[in-house]
Design a protein around this ligand. Structure first.
Ligand SMILES: [Zn+2]
Length: 410
């Protein structure tokens, strides 16, 4: 039976967004949280962008050590042979890719402006896919940018050519959020039935329909007998109005009347991590979680008006579709209101030791402690905010990899 998998693009679409930044250490933590959450694949960055090189290679080294379990790390490239060549030169161990090219009349005419036409878009994409496979790519998704505004017959020809060149998945990009749940269902169904390839659903929220479109697109692929990979971002970040929110997508598939008994979400997905990952991303982005955010917003389980409060207290199912415990909520969070020692760019060894003792991490000797302290100081320089407990633990566990991640030399 066809299933729905999650392919998170926070570390690519999320961070390429205006005013949204993550440090390389924060991107690494996002990968770790995503793997704990059972996400199938993290699109972890841009292999031809030089300031990503150390981060990407270091994260592939972490993957080799088993830090991400079975989660795949994949790079985003333009579907052109020169990008493929450069990617393997800069990030030799990379194995998974998405190769992207625009397919709509709008973009072919007004973006490429005569440099490429419909036929040469297919040729360029096919030669990039073939080269990537030849150079050692294990899996390739081909992205049809602006697929929702692409003539469906051309989209099918493009996708067939991608499959013949060796692509493993086709990414249907609703780049501008132009689809509605009904149109994306119809178009993806037709596409999946014609090409018999797993489909990635990549949607944007410009018209406020991103989660509904993502789920309906995935349902269409499954109904055509093909696996679906929904592209998500933590807290719904992403270009302009954002991508499909990771947690809302999981909730929609698991609890909606239209999907819960009909479609199968990857069994590895662990919603219990939701609270932790959303809180971390919010802190790292420096962007609060909206009060009315599905599942993780402050009001997601709050009741005040008489009838609602009374109903929720009598039986939570009166006014709650799912339980806060399902999202890893409900544990008290303690905040020190007295003396608190923190670590920072200018910390010394005594305060540093105090912080790590509270995390129950011990060092073999003073030399090791001094080395980790130095890295923690750099971590603060790198993030420009206090490190979280998970970041402090990461640095202590993988000091040499952390050093590489934080090395950004212009
Ligand atoms: Zn996008």
């Amino acid at each position: 039976m066809a299933k729905i998998y999650l392919l998170d693009v926070t570390n690519r679409d999320g961070v390429q967004t205006s005013r949204i930044c993550l440090s390389k250490l924060q991107k690494t933590m996002v990968n770790l949280y995503l793997s704990q959450m059972g996400v199938f694949q993290s699109e972890f960055g841009f292999p031809v962008t030089h300031h990503e090189t150390n981060y990407l290679n270091a994260n592939l080294a972490l993957a080799k050590k088993g830090a991400f379990g079975s989660m795949r790390l994949s790079g985003w490239l333009r579907a052109i042979p020169s990008d493929v060549k450069l990617a393997f030169k800069l990030v030799p161990l990379i194995k998974h890719f998405n190769l992207s090219i625009s397919t709509s009349d709008q973009m072919i005419k007004h973006k490429f402006r005569g440099k490429l036409d419909h036929a040469s878009v297919i040729e360029e994409m096919a030669s990039a896919v073939k080269l990537a496979k030849k150079m050692g790519a294990k899996s390739i998704g081909v992205n049809a940018e602006d697929a929702s505004r692409t003539d469906i017959d051309y989209l099918i020809s493009f996708s067939q050519a991608a499959k013949e060149a060796g692509a493993d998945r086709l990414r249907y990009c609703d780049t501008l959020g132009f689809d509605s749940p009904i149109t994306i269902y119809e178009r993806v169904k037709k596409l999946a039935e014609a090409i018999h390839l797993p489909i990635e659903i990549h949607c944007h929220n410009d018209l406020g329909m991103v989660v509904a479109n993502s789920v309906c697109g995935a349902a269409a692929a499954n109904d055509a007998g093909e696996d679906a990979y929904i592209n998500t971002c933590i807290n719904g970040m992403g270009e302009r109005a954002g991508n499909a929110d990771l947690v809302a997508v999981i909730l929609a598939i698991k609890f909606s009347s239209g999907t819960r008994d009909k479609y199968v979400l990857d069994k590895k997905v662990n919603l219990k991590l939701a609270w932790k990952i959303c809180k971390y991303a919010s802190y790292a982005f420096g962007i609060p979680i909206p009060i009315n955010q599905p599942g993780v917003g402050t009001n997601a389980f709050a009741h005040e008006s008489g009838i609602h409060a009374d109903g929720a207290l009598k039986d939570r199912r009166n006014y709650e579709l799912y339980d806060f415990e399902d999202l890893g909520r409900g544990e008290p969070e303690t905040v020190d209101t007295g003396r608190k020692i923190t670590t920072g760019e200018y910390s010394g060894i005594k305060g540093f030791r105090n912080v790590y003792e509270k995390l129950e991490i011990k060092f073999h000797d003073d030399k090791e402690a001094a080395k980790i302290l130095e890295l923690v100081r750099y971590g603060n320089v790198h993030n420009q905010k206090s490190l979280t407990e998970s970041e402090l633990m990461f640095i202590a566990k993988y000091p040499e990899i952390a050093r590489k991640i934080m090395s950004v030399t212009p």
